[in-house]
Design a protein around this ligand. Structure first.
Ligand SMILES: [Zn+2]
Ligand SMILES: [Zn+2]
Length: 321
């Protein structure tokens, strides 16, 4: 073990097969400060092309639904609770449901996620009917010079990432996703003027970023071991072990708010993200939980936004880790 950790470039020099996998990435390093409107930043004041309507999300939103538990079912539930407590007391054992009791509770819950024992009502989330549009909120404002490796359209020098600060589960068809709806807008600074978007009709607190300034750092990123052929993965892990490091994270998939580079697949293993057009999508942005922006995605994890290399106008791919 040495005092200085190796860099991804040193690893790629030692294991030449990795060189083609090195990708430029920008780590944003957000910090709490009122950001300049035209600087790269997280959240903060809205800028929008003059005369263009502020975007709204019309995807399906989930609404809370509460159902009162009928008095007869409440009596059954209370009887089960007493029986369980009585058995635990007489045997000195744990509180355990019999199969019949569990079946009764299952029937009373009827698919609900939660039973409120104070008001005796069940809670579940259901698609909102009728669906109504929700104003998006600014998530990220990015200047091209801070992340030049992104696939900037020829006439764009700003990327604005907006999202709908609510959970959705109908955005990606069969590919499972439960989180905010994300839109990318590739724009020109010269077109942007201060805007006053409507407040979203509904929002989850953890999806409303605290405005932050950023300190962009350009790095070279290597992929999660799942993206490597076995032989390269073994060589990368062997190299990392010489420094008492894990290849994952210490030498790959740099953590934090990131543009370009590679996503980490630490919670699901690799699930390739393919566009509807058939192209394998590429990682554009990682939204991280915690820290100064005080955003929380997934189980306080990471949201990865992917773009189609064939056409930036194709819908983004979204993945939570
Ligand atoms: Zn939405
Ligand atoms: Zn595509």
């Amino acid at each position: 073990m040495t005092d200085t950790s190796p860099t991804t470039a040193e690893l790629a020099a030692a294991v030449p097969g990795l060189a083609p996998y090195l990708r430029p990435a920008t780590l944003l390093h957000p910090y709490a400060a009122a950001p300049e409107p035209h600087a790269s930043r997280i959240g903060g004041p809205a800028l929008w092309p003059e005369g263009e309507a502020w975007p709204h999300c019309t995807a399906g939103h989930l609404a809370d639904e509460y159902r009162d538990v009928p008095a007869a079912d409440r009596a059954i539930w209370e009887r089960i609770d007493r029986a369980v407590a009585e058995r635990a007391r007489t045997t000195g054992g744990a509180h355990v449901l019999t199969e019949e009791e569990a079946a009764e509770q299952h029937r009373i819950m009827a698919g609900a996620g939660y039973l409120d024992l104070v008001h005796w009502r069940t809670h579940r989330t259901v698609p909102e009917r009728p669906a109504a549009a929700v104003a998006l909120v600014p998530l990220l404002h990015l200047r091209a010079e801070d992340a030049p490796q992104l696939p900037w359209p020829a006439d764009a020098d700003r990327l604005q990432v907006l999202w709908c600060p609510n959970d959705h589960d109908d955005l990606q068809g069969r590919r499972y996703y439960h989180g905010p709806n994300v839109e990318l807008h590739w724009q020109r600074a010269a077109d942007l003027v201060p805007a006053a978007p409507p407040t979203p009709r509904r929002s989850e607190e953890n999806y409303l970023p605290t405005p932050c300034a950023v300190r962009p750092e350009q790095v070279r990123d290597l992929p999660d071991q799942d993206e490597l052929p076995d032989e390269l993965r073994d060589a990368a892990e062997e190299f990392a072990s010489r420094y008492d490091l894990e290849y994952h994270r210490a030498l790959s998939c740099a953590e934090g708010w990131k543009l370009g580079g590679w996503p980490s697949w630490h919670s699901t293993d690799l699930i390739p993200v393919d566009c509807g057009c058939g192209a394998r999508m590429v990682h554009l942005l990682t939204v991280d939980s915690g820290g100064a922006p005080e955003v929380s995605v997934g189980r306080h994890g990471e949201l990865h936004v992917f773009v189609c290399p064939a056409d930036l106008a194709h819908p983004v791919g979204l993945d939570l880790q």
